[in-house]
Design a protein. Structure first.
Length: 326
């Protein structure tokens, strides 16, 4: 039973754990100028990760998503998966990746205990993929998705940031692509951060526009499960795949929040937006600090706000999405 419950009676059984803020892509909405290290600190070690996840698990956390930056850039990524998977109480381990190393390594990730995988892929057109990500690697990412199915993943989730005048016109192409494939295609609204105001103004499109199109085409919304992420998921009897919509500007988006974030430097973030975080790293050096760690987590959760208030124009302290794992 979860002990991580906030003042609005939301239960937090889902941890998004960043293990690096390094990324080798240059996505226009995240790191358009590429990654530049802004700190001298080392990322969380395997021991620190183990102690952190154990603390969360003892408070009722059941699902951990390993994120970045690009998490597979860590040489010990397989060890991280195994460590999280072998933590008592953790029922599901997932990751989000840009797909750069999937074709070569996804079978090893599966063998290490990875249960679910999300791939960021913003276009099915090679030129548009290159324009958005800064890398001409669509064929390589697509091969990685095929490799994931071959490795035994029954479903692959694909994250697509939908942007007008860039890739929004590809909706029908994406739908045709998932018709014979068990892919949950998740359209994510472009979110405004501290450094992308002009991009947001030029390219933001509301997920509600896509939702209306889907409903008109016979798509039906599925019931949300307790440890699901923020997507509203739709299915169609003619399709093997599904559509997920992540709409952070929707008025009640935060009502079902069930996840907390820890950055690659060991700071707890109660929200992707809005606050500077709570230091945890001093309690991660040994398992003997587990009780103090859990107490600090519960105390911090008391300050979680009802909403990120993005719809009121608040941006919070998030400079870019790679900084705390998106």
């Amino acid at each position: 039973m979860s002990k991580l419950v906030d003042q609005f009676q939301r239960k937090f059984e889902y941890l998004r754990l960043s293990v690096t803020d390094v990324c080798n892509f240059k996505c226009t909405y995240c790191l358009p100028n590429g990654y530049h290290r802004e700190h001298k600190k080392q990322f969380l070690s395997l021991v620190e990760i183990s102690n952190l996840v154990q603390g969360f698990a003892q408070l009722g956390t059941k699902k951990v998503r390993i994120t970045g930056g690009e998490p597979s850039l860590r040489r010990d990524f397989v060890d991280i998966i195994e460590t999280v998977k072998n933590t008592q109480g953790i029922e599901k381990v997932a990751t989000t990746t840009n797909g750069f190393r999937m074709a070569k390594s996804v079978a090893d990730w599966k063998a290490a205990g990875l249960d679910a995988i999300n791939v960021s892929m913003d276009s099915l057109d090679a030129n548009m993929f290159h324009q958005i990500t800064g890398e001409n690697l669509l064929t390589r990412v697509m091969a990685g998705i095929d490799a994931a199915f071959a490795a035994g993943f029954s479903q692959v989730k694909v994250n697509t940031v939908l942007m007008k005048r860039l890739n929004a016109h590809e909706l029908d192409t994406f739908l045709a692509w998932i018709k014979p494939r068990n892919i949950q295609l998740r359209f994510i609204e472009l979110m405004q951060t501290g450094d992308n105001h002009a991009l947001f103004q030029a390219h933001h499109i509301s997920g509600s526009v896509i939702m209306k199109q889907l409903i008109n085409q016979g798509w039906v919304e599925k019931v949300r499960q307790a440890t699901d992420g923020p997507a509203r998921v739709f299915c169609h009897s003619d399709y093997s795949g599904e559509i997920g919509l992540i709409m952070p500007y929707e008025s009640h988006f935060c009502d079902s929040c069930n996840r907390l974030r820890v950055s690659s430097l060991g700071r707890l973030h109660l929200c992707l937006f809005g606050e500077q975080g709570t230091e945890l790293r001093d309690l991660l050096q040994t398992s003997e600090h587990s009780e103090a760690l859990q107490q600090r987590l519960m105390e911090a959760l008391k300050t979680k706000r009802a909403s990120h208030f993005l719809q009121q124009g608040e941006l919070g302290g998030t400079v870019h999405l790679a900084s705390i794992g998106g």
